[in-house]
Design a protein around this ligand. Sequence first.
Ligand code: GLC
Length: 525
Amino acid sequence: MTDKTGWWRSAAIYQVYIRSFADGNGDGVGDLAGVRARLDHLADLGIDAIWFTPWYPSPMDDGGYDVADFRDIEPLFGTLAEAEELIAEAHARDIRVIIDIVPNHCSDEHRWFQAALDAGPGSPERQRFWFRPGRGPDGSEPPNNWKSRFGGSAWTRVPDGEWYLHLYSSRQPDFNWDNPEIRTEFEDVLRFWFDRGVDGFRIDVADGLVKDPHLPDVDDGDETPFSDQEGLHEIYRSWRKIADSYGGERVLVGEMWLPDMSRAARYLRRDELHSAFNFDFLVCPWDAARFRDVVTRTLRAHDEVGAPAAWVLSNHDVTRHVTRYGREGDTGFSFANRLHELPVDRERGTRRARAAALLTLALPGGLYVYQGEELGLWEVLDIPDELRQDPVFARTRGADPGRDGCRVPIPWSGDEPPFGFGSGGAWLPQPASWRDYTAEAEAADPASMLSLYRDGLRIRRSLPAGSLEWLSLGEEVLAFRIGTGFTFALNFSAAPVPLPAGEVLLASGPVDGELPTDTAVWLRS
Ligand code: GLC
């Protein structure tokens, strides 16, 4: 593999949600054999790295984010030996491999949680988690008023009367990071996978590990005692030392949904994490001024700590952006408000998604592509309730449809479901109209989303580096120059605007002397 210094500063990283990517053994669930068979799709796409969502043994209460063993592979997905082969095969194609690590919690089937249940109140086994007596005369009230991010209380009572904390589902008990044993354990897990060749980790709920040990009640919406606690920084400094002790620039990427970008940037100081997802960009409504603002703030906050920005439009937790951008009005995304009922103009959403793709690919820094985004897939809104698997759906009693709609298995080829996903169906139903959106169909069409991503990723490699300078082409046109010789423009207004000067390198839609609505262009200027 090429040892390009600072590869992660500008990397295009493709997110593989394994159970929905490709099914190699015909059981209807994606697996490592499926990924291995489709590595050429990723090589042809032109990405630099893959991020795999959790591949560990798991009862799959939360799609694998409930980990039962941090040092093995989920049997539905394959074996440890296959994972090692997959890493080697990716490396042979010059593709790096990042895996998810889930340090905030584990599965209730993890041996440590089982031991904690068996050992009873006051035991050292319970000190690995947050067990507490309840409130009220008979302890039947939870220890505090924290809410699970999946709905309902963040506490569940066990038969001996104690309660345990879970910021997510009741099958995901939170670890107690004040216990040194947890720290040692995760440092060892990092080494286990670095030794097997992984190039980095995406850290799940990176802002949540450390809790205020007093576990105070909070006002609605306040996450202070369990998010962005100062004690996190020393954890990531020790992780960084471990990453740096390996050759080949191993990286740490944080998942942090923090309200204040300058707080998030503190985790990107030189001896902490390498990068973090830019969720402010993901949630930004379709509006030139809002995008200009978020890009400016992002670049400033990252420059201050010398870290690259990491642009992201979609992932396995959010409504797919073709659908988000296809909605009328100021529809920035928020977890609490999935807007499933709002009508979607898919044609407009797709036009905007194409323009947004060229924007993310042009901005300084790295970017993420969520599987299926390169095919222009949309959120599947009509999954029958009985097939929904996301615990968010059950914990909110259906008030929130949950995240299954962005996790529908990928269409690869053919005219009918499961569209080459595997030989045995697909664990969530795919829309019949995806026949026109298979990787095979799109590869043959120069006007497809896939062709746009391939061209964009290829041309991006030869774009000049440098800092971004805004151009004023009107309030509703987002335009900038990078270095000398490259101009980007995206027209958010309802009417066409004149095309800036230069030779068109790539455009998200037809441009002919003018730049139409919701269209982006790259120019050599
Ligand atoms: C992160 C993951 C999400 C998961 C949650 C709990 O937000 O991206 O999918 O449900 O953490 O692990």
